[in-house]
Design a protein around this ligand. Structure first.
Ligand code: GLN
Length: 310
């Protein structure tokens, strides 16, 4: 497996020249676009890593999966999905004009910023409790209490977050968001700034692959119905307005973040973490896509794969 991972990194390395690191805040802009890493964890507890896998990075939009899990556990499906939809979108992740059309009464899904700000607001507790719940959940999943958030990234997110601010105020105006807008945004910026490495990310993947249960059974985050919803939403919405093509070509439920991370889940089999800060036009790791496509083909991981009979 390690040889395979090494080979796939080398094969897809050329892609980074066609991508760009996120530039809206200095810390992300300073990432090395050449970095590529991958970690895979299986159900036997084996771990396979290759490339740049021990560098820490911020999870950014990957946090939306955990926020959705907590919102669903705290409120139930009905309450959550009256405020945010379950439909994919062909709009970029930070788009919000549709939300202001009279026909639209909620964000398309919980993986775009507008939907994620709603799910974060739905996590029960004060704004400190909301963030602590997200952080502690990630610590329990990874069994790693050293995970924290990057203050520099958080402060820059807050400073440059006017678009998210506009989204949140519109949500409030439409009655989709309760509580203090700035406080909810603060949780959202902080959750995006949670910092971990690829082994931690692969552990989150394995947790999801195992029905939201850690391998040692020490932590069950939600029931299997919610786990199924999370995997489905990742499949249909996890790669933003590239989710359809990603599903067709890779077929591995995944969630990307603007710092170059991809969280991937092969249900009942593997948790996968990828890092590659050079991004494509949709904001997804460009080499990460190539590697996942090859990995899916070589190991037969596409969940839509048909086993034809001749
Ligand atoms: N902090 C980013 C934002 O909200 C996260 C988005 C992302 O990872 N695509 O704009």
């Amino acid at each position: 497996m390690n040889k395979l991972l090494e080979r796939l990194i080398e094969k897809n390395r050329y892609l980074v020249q066609y991508g760009q690191v996120a530039s809206y805040i200095p810390k992300l802009k300073s990432a090395n676009p050449e970095d590529i890493g991958i970690c895979i964890l299986d159900m036997e507890g084996n771990i396979y890593c290759s490339g740049v896998y021990n560098k820490k990075f911020t999870i950014q939009s990957i946090s939306k999966v955990i926020a959705l899990m907590l919102a669903l556990v705290d409120n139930g499906e009905e309450e959550v999905f009256t405020r945010v939809g379950l439909e994919s979108t062909d709009e970029p992740f930070n788009s919000f004009y549709k939300l202001d059309l009279s026909l639209e009464n909620k964000p398309a899904n919980p993986m775009i910023n507008s939907g994620a700000i709603v799910t974060t607001s739905l996590i029960r507790g004060s704004y400190e409790e909301k963030f602590n719940k997200i952080l502690n959940t990630i610590r329990k999943i990874t069994n790693n209490n050293n995970i924290g958030y990057n203050k520099e990234v958080y402060e820059s997110e807050k400073e440059t977050g006017d678009r998210n601010r506009a989204i949140a105020y519109l949500l409030k105006n439409k009655g989709l968001l309760e509580g203090d807008v700035e406080e909810v945004l603060d949780v959202y910026f902080k959750q995006c700034s949670i910092e971990l490495d690829l082994i931690d990310l692969a552990k989150i993947g394995l947790f999801l692959a195992n029905g939201c249960k850690t391998l040692d059974g020490s932590y069950q985050g939600c029931n299997t119905e919610i786990a199924t919803i999370l995997i489905a939403v990742m499949t249909t919405c996890g790669m933003y307005d590239f989710s359809g093509e990603f599903a067709a070509r890779v077929g591995i439920p995944s969630k990307s973040g603007v710092s170059g991370g991809i969280l991937s889940v092969v249900p009942n089999k593997y948790g996968i973490g990828i890092y590659g800060p050079a991004l494509d036009d949709h904001g997804n790791s460009i080499a990460g896509f190539g590697i996942l496509k090859d990995l899916s083909n070589e190991l037969g991981l596409n969940i839509f794969k048909i086993c034809g009979r001749n």
